[in-house]
Design a protein around this ligand. Structure first.
Ligand SMILES: *Cc1c(COP(=O)(O)O)cnc(C)c1O
Length: 480
C-alpha cells in the first residue's frame, strides 16, 4: 500500500510546480498580460466572432499536461479577442468598468493564500479587511455605526440579499405576499423583479410610479399610490430608489422618497449599483442627498470603482437584520459558532465558502489612494457632459436630457427620415466598425443609443473618436 501511495504522490506532484516552474509559468502569464495591455488601445472594442469563440466547445481536454504557451494562445484568440472587449476604453455600452490591474493582483494574492474568508474564526484578518471596506462604503452613504453588509459577486446578488433581509426584517409571510406592494419605476433594474421572484415573492404587487422628464420617480405620485393602496386594503411594503438607473443614469429624488417611506413605515432600498461611487465626485455627490435615509443600499465596485467583474456590495443600516435573515446552525460548524465574536460573511449572506473578494478592492484602494478614484470619476462626469454637448451640436442628432451621471442618450432624428430606422442603421455601422462599442435601448418607445462613460480607460481621445465615427456614419445611416 505504501509504495502505491508514494507512486501516486509522485504523479500528483504535477499539481505542485516548484519554484523554477512557478517562475516560468508566471513569466509566461505576465508576458501575456503585457501583450494584452499593449494591444488594448489599438484593438477593437467589439468583435463578435461567435464561430471562433464556439470552437472552445470542442476543445480537447486531455489526460496529459500541456505547456502554457499554446493554452494562452487559445485564450487570446478565442476568448479575449471575441465579443465585447470589456477591458477596452472603447467599451461605452451597458455599464463598463474596465478592470484595474492592481485588482487582478489582489485576486491573484487571494487565490494563492486561499484564506477562508467566510468565517471570522478561520480568517479573522480577511473577514476584518472586508468589514473595513464595508464600513468605508457605509460611511460613504452616511450610515451609522450599526451598519454592516456583505461583498457579493455583483449587484444582482447584492440586491437579492437586501430584499430577502427586508422580507425577514418586516416579518412578511407567504400569506402576505399577494397583498404586499413594492414601489418602483419602469426604470428600475430588472434584477429587482428577478430578486422578488427568487425570494418567492413573485406575487407581490409591483406599483410602477410615474417618472419625470429626466426619468426620476415623482415623489408626490409615490405618496398618493401608498395612500390609495392602504385604502384598498393592500400592504405597502418596499420603496425602491434608483441612484443611477442603468438605462439613463438618472438618480431618483432620494430624500423625498426616503421621507415618504419613513412616514409610512415602509422599507426603503436604494439600488446604487451603477451610480453609488459617484458620491466620491463633488459634481455628482449632491444628487445622492438623502441616501442615508435608506434601510439598505447596493453599490457595485465592479462598475464605479473600475474593478474586474465579481464584486457587488450590499450595505444594511442595521447589520443585525442581515444576521437574523441568514442565521444558520450546523453541527460540524460548532467550533466556529462557539467562538463567534464578530459577524462573518457566512452570518450575513447565503454563502459559506467564498472567494476572498475584499483583497481585489483593498489593494487598488491602498495602492492608488481614494483621490485617484475621485479624479477618474470626475473625469467621467465631465467627459459625459462634453459628449452630450457635442452630440447636441451635431447635425441630424437629437440628445436626451442633461445627464445626471455618466450616460448620454441620443438618436438620429433627421428631417424627412425615420428616426428609429436611421438610428438602428447608425448603431449597426458602429458595431461593424468595432473600434467603439455602444449599446441601444428603448425609451418611451423610441430606439435610442447610449454612451456609458465608466471605463477607467475611457478618456477624451476615446470620446473624440466616438464623436468622429458617429458623425461619419450618420451620413451613411441617414441616406441609405
Ligand atoms: C448593473 C446593475 C445591476 C446589476 O448588477 P450586476 O453586478 O450586473 O449583477 C443592478 N442595478 C443597477 C442599477 C445596475 O446598474
Amino acid at each position: 500500500m505504501y509504495s502505491k501511495i508514494k507512486e501516486l504522490e509522485l504523479q500528483a506532484l504535477e499539481l505542485e510546480p516548484d519554484e523554477n516552474r512557478r517562475k516560468q509559468l508566471s513569466g509566461e502569464v505576465n508576458e501575456y498580460v503585457e501583450d494584452f495591455y499593449g494591444r488594448l488601445s489599438q484593438g477593437k472594442a467589439y468583435n463578435p466572432a461567435y464561430g471562433l469563440a464556439g470552437e472552445i466547445l470542442n476543445a480537447e481536454i486531455n489526460e496529459e499536461p500541456a505547456s502554457m504557451g499554446p493554452v494562452l494562445d487559445e485564450v487570446r484568440e478565442k476568448v479575449d479577442s471575441t465579443g465585447i472587449n470589456t477591458a477596452s476604453g472603447g467599451h461605452l455600452g451597458y455599464i463598463p468598468g474596465g478592470g484595474l490591474y492592481t485588482s487582478a493582483l489582489g485576486d491573484y494574492l487571494a487565490a494563492v493564500a486561499n484564506r477562508y474568508a467566510g468565517v471570522h474564526y478561520s480568517s479573522p484578518g480577511a473577514v476584518n479587511l472586508e468589514r473595513r471596506l464595508i464600513r468605508w462604503m457605509a460611511d460613504l452613504v452616511g450610515y451609522p455605526g450599526e451598519a454592516g453588509g456583505y461583498l457579493a459577486s455583483g449587484g444582482s446578488i447584492a440586491n437579492l440579499t437586501a430584499i430577502i433581509t427586508a422580507r425577514e426584517a418586516t416579518g412578511l409571510k407567504s400569506a402576505d405576499f399577494s397583498e404586499s406592494v413594492v414601489y418602483l419605476t419602469d426604470q428600475t433594474h430588472h434584477c429587482i423583479d428577478r430578486a422578488l421572484r427568487i425570494a418567492g415573492m413573485g406575487e407581490c404587487i409591483q406599483r410602477k410610479i410615474e417618472i419625470d422628464g429626466r426619468f426620476r420617480m415623482k415623489p408626490a405620485e409615490l405618496e398618493q399610490a401608498i395612500q390609495q393602496d392602504r385604502q384598498a386594503g393592500k400592504k405597502p411594503w418596499l420603496v425602491i430608489g434608483s441612484a443611477g438607473t442603468t438605462d439613463t443614469g438618472a438618480v431618483d429624488p432620494l430624500r423625498k422618497q426616503g421621507e415618504v417611506a419613513r412616514q409610512n413605515g415602509l422599507w426603503f432600498h436604494v439600488d446604487a449599483a451603477y451610480g453609488g461611487f459617484f458620491l466620491l465626485a463633488e459634481e455628482t455627490a449632491p444628487l445622492f442627498d438623502g441616501i442615508e435615509l435608506s434601510d439598505s443600499v447596493v453599490l457595485d465596485p465592479h462598475k464605479g470603482m473600475f474593478l474586474p467583474y465579481g464584486i457587488g456590495a450590499v450595505i444594511l443600516k442595521d447589520e443585525k437584520l442581515m444576521a437574523q435573515a441568514y442565521t444558520y446552525e450546523a453541527s460540524y460548524m460548532q467550533d466556529v459558532l462557539d467562538q463567534q465574536t464578530v459577524l462573518s460573511p457566512a452570518d450575513t449572506s447565503p454563502e459559506l465558502s467564498k472567494h476572498f473578494r475584499g483583497l481585489r478592492m483593498w489593494l487598488p484602494l491602498m495602492i492608488h489612494g481614494v483621490s485617484a478614484f475621485r479624479a477618474a470619476l470626475r473625469e467621467k462626469v465631465w467627459l459625459t457632459r462634453y459628449a452630450h454637448q457635442k452630440l447636441a451640436e451635431m447635425p441630424g442628432f437629437e440628445v436626451g436630457p442633461e445627464p445626471d451621471l455618466s450616460v448620454v442618450l441620443f438618436r438620429l432624428n433627421p428631417e424627412g427620415s425615420d428616426p428609429d430606422a436611421s438610428t438602428k442603421r447608425l448603431h449597426q455601422l458602429m458595431l461593424d466598425d468595432g473600434r467603439i462599442y455602444i449599446s441601444s435601448t428603448r425609451v418611451a418607445g423610441q430606439y435610442m443609443l447610449r454612451l456609458a462613460v465608466l471605463s477607467v480607460r475611457t478618456h477624451i481621445s476615446t470620446v473624440d473618436l466616438t464623436l468622429q465615427l458617429l458623425q461619419r456614419y450618420s451620413r451613411q445611416a441617414i441616406t441609405s
